[in-house]
Each structure stands twice: as C-alpha cells, then as structure tokens.
Design a protein around this ligand. Structure first.
Ligand SMILES: Cc1ncc(C[n+]2csc(CCOP(=O)(O)OP(=O)(O)O)c2C)c(N)n1
Ligand SMILES: [Mg+2]
Length: 543
C-alpha cells in the first residue's frame, strides 16, 4: 500500500466516503487509489470553489466530513472563498492538497507556492505529511480535528513522493471528544438573570439551530418573556410547521439593532455577539444596545443544546415550546408577473416536506423565509461567510449527503455565475436539485449599498434613461442617480445572461418563468422528476 492508498483507506475507515475532487499531476496517486478503495466515492467538480462549497454543503447536512482534493496552492486558492464560508459555518471537512515531491520543492517549479500560508487562513488544523508511513496517522488526526466541536476545516498537504512511496497500513479512526459541558453554575446564573424583571434577549446559533436546541430555547422564551432570535447566517436552521418559529437577525444593521433595542441582557446560546456585516457612516458596528450586558450561556464548541435543556428545566419545567402552525400562502394567480415576493409565495405553497434550501437569493430572497415559515419541516442553509458563489456548490454537496430529499437552491444571478459549473456535477451525479436562478440583471444589493456607504454621486448625474449610455437599462437596483461608469459595474446586462442556455450546455434541463403560473408549473415539474433542473425566474430588482 502506498501513501495515497493509506490515505484513502484511512478516510473511508473513518466514515469519510465522499471526495469532491479537482486533481492535477501531483494528486494522480490519490486518483489511482480510488479504484483500490471502492468505499470512497470520487465526485468530479470543474472548479475548486465547487469542491470546497460542496464539501461544506455535505458536512452541514451529514454532520461528518467529506474530503476535498485540490491541486497545490493555486487549487487551494481557487477554493478559499467557500472554505472561508465553511469556516464561518464551522463545518467539519478535510481538504487534501497535493504538493510537489519533497525533493522537487527547492527547484521552485511553476506551481510552487506557500500552501501552508493559504491553508492557515481557513483551517483549524494543517499538517504536511513528510513520510509515507505518517500519512495514515495524519489523515486520522485530520478527520478528528475537523470533527472536534464545534467543527472546522482540516487541511492535509501531501507531497507527491509521499503519496507514491510504500506506506505500510491504514490507521484506525480516532475518538472525537464531545462538546464541552456547560457548568451548572453558568446555567443557574442565566436562570437567575431571566428571573429578574429586566428585558432579556436570547440569541441562538451553531448547534442550537436544530430542533432540540430550538425547542428548549422556545420553552425558556415562553416561560420568561425573553425575546428569542437566531444568528443572522445560520449554517443549518431547522424550521417549518411543528418546529419553533425563530426570526433571524436581519442583514441590515439598522433593522438588526431595532430587533435588540431595549434589551438589558443579551444571552448567547451557541452564537457570537452580533455585529454589523459592514461599517456604515453613523451606524454602530455592534448590534447589541450599548448598555446591554452580554452573557455567554454556551460558546461555539460547548454543549449548547444540553445547556438550553438544563436552563429550560430550571425556568420552564412545565412549559411547552411554541411551535409554528401549518400554514401556506395561497398560490398567486397564474398571470401575475413574477417577482421575488411572488416566487416566494409559490415556493411557500409548494415546498415539499424534508426539502433542503440553499439560500443565496440575496435581494430576491428576502420574502422566502416568511412565505415558508409554516410549510412542512425543512432545512435552511445560509451564506455563512458572506463570500458569494456558495449557493450552488452547497446545494450540490447537500444533495450528495441527503439522497431522497429535494434540494432547492434559491440563487441570485450574479452569485450563480461564480460557480455555475456546479450544475455539471449535479447532472453527472444525477442529484435531485432544483436550481431557482433569480435573474434581475444586476448586482442589485450593491446598488443599494452604493447609497448606504455614503458614496458620492456626481454633481450632475446622467439620467438613467439617457439613450445609449452604458448601463442605461436601469436594472441595477436603486443605483440610478450615479453615473454610467458606476452603474455599469453593478449591471449584468449587455449582454443579458441566459441561464436556460447555460444550463443546457452543462447538462441540466431548464425553463424560464415570467409569471407566477409559469414558475409554479416549472417548480411542480422539477419536484416530480428525479435529477437536477433549473428555473430561470425573471424578476425585477427589489420586488
Ligand atoms: C467573493 C465575493 N465577491 C464579491 C462580493 C461582493 N458582492 C456582494 S453582493 C454582490 C452581487 C450580488 O448580486 P446578485 O448575486 O445578483 O444578487 P442581487 O443583489 O442581485 O440580489 C457582490 C459582487 C462578495 N460578497 N463575495
Ligand atoms: Mg442579481
């Protein structure tokens, strides 16, 4: 057994049986080893951002790591943005990055680069195996590091000669420690706090955004009157009828600040203290009221669900959680023009039980959580690190992890283009993913941000309608008022993106919807047919 085989056998033995891959010459031994270890399923992705995003989506749903195979520093660099999102999601995953042979590095061949530095920006654990006989033990340690609560990205760098040299045997998997118990006096002090007559808010995050944590948190809120909120970008939120309804902190700082206004105490249950996504002139960076005390019930990596359950037993022994009633919006009239609002109502009316939503719809998706709050139970995966290009890869990986469940990617057009080749992997693997692409012809949110950051409009702005001016379609959200040079950087027309054609070229059947009726028909069709589908939803910005 060579180093590569020892690696793959060790991973498969530890339950890591999917490897999203984009290999090169230095990883050929690992590619060859897949034939020797049939338990490992290699999934080809055509760009590294798809490898890393798919591994994130897989880990969020499976609760165990997928492996990702990347080609030296440049391959890792291409995958970094979605590893950044995975780091924010605290998803367990193991990246295997091939490198030049140990003796070849000093020649500074073209692909030579500082892989360790790149890995360090996102990884909880990085190891370079320097001897073949160490590979198996290093791989076992990497899997353990990825799974150690709260979870994270582990990166194993594997020189080519270490892969091809005789290695001995695979390593058994290592035991993973449990989340740290929260001391009883911490729980009791939070209980005391909640008993005082002062306004409290509880912010749940991390592992508490699944049913057990949400139910316990809801009991506490019911019994004490504390406000209950969820972190703004949860990795995986379980929601729908029969689950506690919980509002996420809004993206816009002004609205988020409003949600916590008046709270004297902010209790963190698996979430970090909330901050504004960006700084804006005159807007505070911290979301909690300046005079509020922040209390940590459970930090990420602590056993937050157990802490919430103990807290509920203290302050709410006979209180039941408040569960969302089944409720769906009426299907909008078929002839109504499509918009984000209308598409959300259709989604709410038709969402199947057990669906997994990968939400990167940005401005068009603002209404989707509200419209689906009483739909049958489902999971909601959000853009945890703000680096766009996550939605389609995460949907792809979530589908690999969850056979039998329909994955619905709610995806904005600009974000879709970063990692569109996810569609090809969905087609190759026959994954049940419905890709809804909201084509609003713009980077709409940036049109709004242009005004919010106080960017200066020119003295006498060109009219958005001035004929022939670049970017004059007026589609870039609220960016009218700025000149054509600024607007053209936020405008996705000239030429228009044609997602139906793009999907066809990547092997995914597709249809375009301009009305509620067309959208509902395509959604129904996709939900009824196995395999991937793409719906190009033509929507105006901000509607
Ligand atoms: C990796 C990365 N690059 C760039 C950005 C900046 N950015 C934020 S939103 C956005 C455009 C979003 O447009 P789209 O996905 O079409 O959504 P819309 O605003 O139209 O709803 C960009 C480029 C980012 N967040 N992440
Ligand atoms: Mg857009």
């Amino acid at each position: 057994m060579n180093g590569a085989q020892a690696l793959i056998r060790t991973l498969a033995g530890a339950g890591v049986d999917v490897c999203f891959s984009n290999p090169g010459t230095s990883e050929m031994q690992i590619v060859a080893a897949l034939d020797a270890v049939p338990q490992m399923h290699g999934v080809l992705c055509l760009f590294e951002g798809v490898v890393t995003g798919a591994a994130d989506g897989f880990g969020r749903m499976a609760g165990r790591p997928a492996a990702g195979l990347l080609h030296l520093g440049p391959g890792l660099a291409n995958g970094l943005a979605n590893l950044h999102n995975a780091r924010r999601a605290r998803t367990p995953l193991l990246m295997v990055v091939g490198d030049h042979a140990t003796y070849h590095k000093r020649y500074d061949a073209p692909l030579e680069s500082d892989i360790d530095a790149l890995a360090g920006t996102v990884s909880v654990w990085t190891r370079r195996s320097l001897r073949s006989e160490d590979v198996a033990a290093d791989a076992a340690e990497g899997v353990c590091a990825a799974m150690t609560p709260p979870g994270g990205v582990a990166t194993l760098i594997l020189p080519a000669d270490v892969s091809w040299t005789e290695a001995g045997s695979a390593s058994p998997s290592l035991p993973v420690r449990s989340p740290s118990p929260v001391p009883g006096d911490v729980v009791r002090s939070v209980a005391t706090l909640l008993g005082r007559d002062e306004p409290c808010a509880i912010l749940v995050g991390g592992a508490a955004t699944r049913r057990p944590g949400l139910e316990a948190a809801s009991r506490v809120a019911q019994a004490t009157g504390a406000r209950l909120l969820c972190e703004g970008s949860p990795a995986r939120l379980e929601r729908g009828a029969g689950l506690p309804a919980i509002e996420r902190l809004p993206y816009l700082a002004e609205f988020a600040i409003e949600k916590l206004k008046g709270a004297r105490h902010l209790i963190l249950a698996g979430a970090r203290a909330p901050v504004s996504f960006f700084a804006y002139p005159g807007v505070p960076s911290s979301i909690a009221p300046s005079d509020a005390e922040v209390h940590v019930l459970a930090a990420p990596g602590d056993d937050v669900c157990e802490a919430l359950a103990s807290l509920a037993d203290l302050v709410a022994p006979d209180v039941k959680p408040l569960l969302a009633e089944p409720a769906r919006p009426d299907l909008p009239s078929g002839s109504e023009a499509l918009s984000g609002t209308i598409a959300s109502a259709v989604l709410g009316a038709l969402l199947p039980e057990g669906a997994i939503i990968s939400d990167e719809a940005n401005t068009a998706g603002v209404w989707a959580p509200g419209a689906t709050a009483g739909a049958p139970p489902h999971d909601w995966l959000t853009l945890t690190g703000g680096a766009i290009g996550q939605g389609l890869p995460v949907a792809t990986g979530a589908a690999v992890a969850s056979p039998g469940r329909r994955v619905i990617a709610l995806e904005a057009d600009g974000s879709a283009m970063y990692t569109l080749s996810s569609l090809w992997t969905q087609a190759r693997e026959g994954l049940d993913v419905t890709n809804v692409i909201f084509n609003n012809g713009s980077y709409a949110i940036l049109g709004m941000e242009l005004g919010r950051v106080g960017a200066q409009a020119p003295e006498s702005p060109e009219s958005p309608e001035s004929p022939g001016a670049p970017g004059s379609s007026g589609s870039a959200g609220s960016s009218g008022g700025w000149g054509s040079a600024a607007r053209s950087l936020l405008d996705l027309t000239r030429p228009d993106l044609d997602f139906v054609s793009l999907a066809g070229g990547l092997g995914v059947p597709a249809g375009r919807a301009r009305t509620a009726g067309e959208f509902a028909a395509l959604l129904r069709r996709s939900l009824a047919e196995p395999g991937p589908f793409l719906i190009e939803a033509m929507v105006p910005p901000f509607q």
